[in-house]
Design a protein around this ligand. Structure first.
Ligand code: PLP
Length: 271
């Protein structure tokens, strides 16, 4: 009997490079492979960072970003795209051009703006370009609380009674769907609200008390992209990804890295 080999689902991640291994293309690759996909990785920026935060950032040139993308996409097919840190307007313009040129689909954008340690990861003046030009190409955007306030000009604190209003406000910005993440909110559970044209679905998991929270947003968005690459519906992809993140956070204490100093204020990789 002949064995029929199914193609491996492929996900292109366009994101920043984290030498500490917990965010950006590093955690995206680990996530995509853990879920049975194959990761193509194109970087937008180098960073210098550790468990204390992001110290420096150097974007690649627009020419180099374009070449990384076109060299790869002239050769391989991708089933889904995860986009993370974009750094500046010129890099957003390149990404928009390339997504259109290759008619890429299943695009999940984590609209990364600032790290939890406070470093700006997207220039302020690039936010409008991201909204106007990139959001309309996206199957899903996944803003957190701070990004929601930056996008809507609000003072939302993550209270559940406001979340659906906020999520609907984000939906009006032009993406096909929005997942407003509740991880930074004040509710007991981490509740994420998915808005699709067909309506709102809220998905909840218990909060996990761990220092291993670096790159949670990157992991969630790349897991969603991997499920979409496997042809799951958007709702199933989001539920599967949220569950995967919850399970990995619960198991995150298994990762036991050694450090040079006894600083207790660490944000560590998830896996
Ligand atoms: N470094 C890179 C490359 C990132 O993409 C991000 C967030 O998306 C961060 C650092 C910050 O991660 P966190 O805020 O989870 O520590």
């Amino acid at each position: 009997m002949k064995t029929i080999f199914k193609p491996t689902p492929t996900v292109l991640t366009i994101a920043g490079f984290d030498p500490y291994g917990g965010a950006g293309i590093q955690i995206d690759s680990k996530t995509i492979h853990a879920l049975g996909g194959y990761a193509y990785t194109v970087t937008t920026a180098l960073t210098a960072q550790n468990s204390q935060g992001v110290y420096a950032l150097e974007p690649v040139s627009p020419e180099m970003l374009r070449l990384q993308l076109t060299t790869l996409l002239d050769d391989v097919k991708v089933d889904a795209v995860k986009i993370g840190m974009l750094a500046n307007t010129a890099l957003i313009e390149v990404v928009v051009d390339v997504l259109k040129k290759y008619a890429l689909s299943n695009i999940v954008l984590d609209p990364v703006m600032i790290s939890s340690s406070g470093k700006e990861l997207l220039e302020e003046e690039a936010v409008d370009v991201m909204v106007q030009r990139l959001f309309p190409l996206c199957r899903l955007i996944t803003p957190n609380l701070m990004e929601t306030n930056a996008l809507l000009g609000t003072q939302y604190k993550g209270e559940m009674k406001e979340s659906i209003v906020m999520a609907n406000g984000l939906f009006k910005l032009g993406a096909d769907a929005v997942l407003l993440k509740g991880g930074h909110g004040i509710e007991k559970e981490a509740v994420d609200c998915l808005v699709e044209p067909s309506g709102v679905t809220c998905i909840s998991t218990p909060r996990v008390n761990t220092s291993h929270t670096h790159g949670t947003g990157c992991m969630l968005s790349s897991a969603i992209a991997t499920y979409l690459a496997q042809t799951f519906t958007l709702k199933s992809s989001v539920k599967g990804a949220k569950n995967f993140l919850y399970e990995r956070l619960q198991a995150s204490k298994d990762l036991n890295l050694s450090y040079q100093s006894n600083n207790h204020d660490k944000k560590e990789p998830i896996f």
